[in-house]
Design a protein around this ligand. Structure first.
Ligand SMILES: O=C(CO)[C@H](O)[C@H](O)COP(=O)(O)O
Length: 239
């Protein structure tokens, strides 16, 4: 594979699937890195007889599972997952994540919370010391459509920074609509903050469905590097 970023995604995804997936129910995140994780899962099912049921975090993930001929499940049938594997937009040294670049943050956080182990896979561009070093698009906040303006103002008043309503781009006029039928605000924070407090504050604003800060959820991340290696970051659980 020629492209160093795609190669890095693939390396991280393959290593995570090899190290963490055993027979059982697996949460499948969303985004371009997860595509490689599903590819590797399907390979292991074919070659090793691995038995997995895959619970998707999005329409995209569901399509991937179906296209690869993997068994599809849902949280209603399987509310407890062995492991969830997902990408990230940025990770700091404590594995505090910004997620939701693909707009699937709410289901992704649910799947992460239901898993015994939440494993992050990403390329080298996502590994930071502090949030905001690499990812400049802000923290995604999924909002009830009728409340977007009110939420926007409250975030600015309480936490500072600026928010933007995420727009669809050229293929559709108007805002991005999530798989849950909601809008997304991208909140550009001004400085490094206590992310657990920020995560809670955002979710306390009426109209907010969920936000893309994942604090204290991931214990292990795999970052594919440009030289073909995989950098691992591990954090201990808070007692
Ligand atoms: O949070 C996400 C989607 O909501 C993705 O995991 C995140 O955007 C990373 O995507 P990619 O693997 O394409 O870099």
């Amino acid at each position: 594979m020629e492209n160093p970023v795609e190669n890095a995604k693939r390396l991280a995804a393959f290593k995570a699937v090899d190290n963490h997936v055993v027979n059982g129910v697996i949460g499948i995140g969303s985004g371009s890195t997860v595509v490689y994780a599903v590819e590797r899962l399907a390979q292991r099912v074919r070659e090793e007889g691995l038995e997995v049921i895959c619970v998707p975090s999005s329409f995209q993930a569901k399509q991937l599972i179906i296209q690869h001929g993997l068994k599809l499940g849902d949280l209603e049938m399987h509310p407890e997952l062995k492991v969830t594997i997902d990408g990230a937009d940025e990770s700091d040294l404590q594995l505090t994540l910004i997620k939701g670049g693909g707009g699937c943050l709410t289901q992704e956080k649910i799947l992460a919370s239901c898993a015994e182990e939440f494993i992050v896979i990403a390329d080298y561009r996502k590994a930071s010391e502090n949030l905001g070093e690499q990812w400049s698009k802000g923290i995604p906040v999924e909002v009830i459509p009728s409340a977007y303006r009110a939420v926007y103002q409250k975030i600015e008043k309480t936490l500072g920074g600026k928010s933007e309503l995420r727009m669809s781009g050229s293929s559709k006029a108007g805002p991005v609509v999530t798989d849950n039928g909601n809008f997304i605000l991208d909140w550009n924070f001004q400085t490094v903050m206590n992310w657990k407090d920020v995560e809670t504050s955002l979710n306390m604003i009426p109209g907010v469905v969920e936000n893309g800060l994942f604090v204290g959820m991931a214990r292990k991340a795999y970052f594919g590097m440009s030289d073909g290696s995989v950098m691992e970051r591990t954090v201990k659980a808070n007692m």
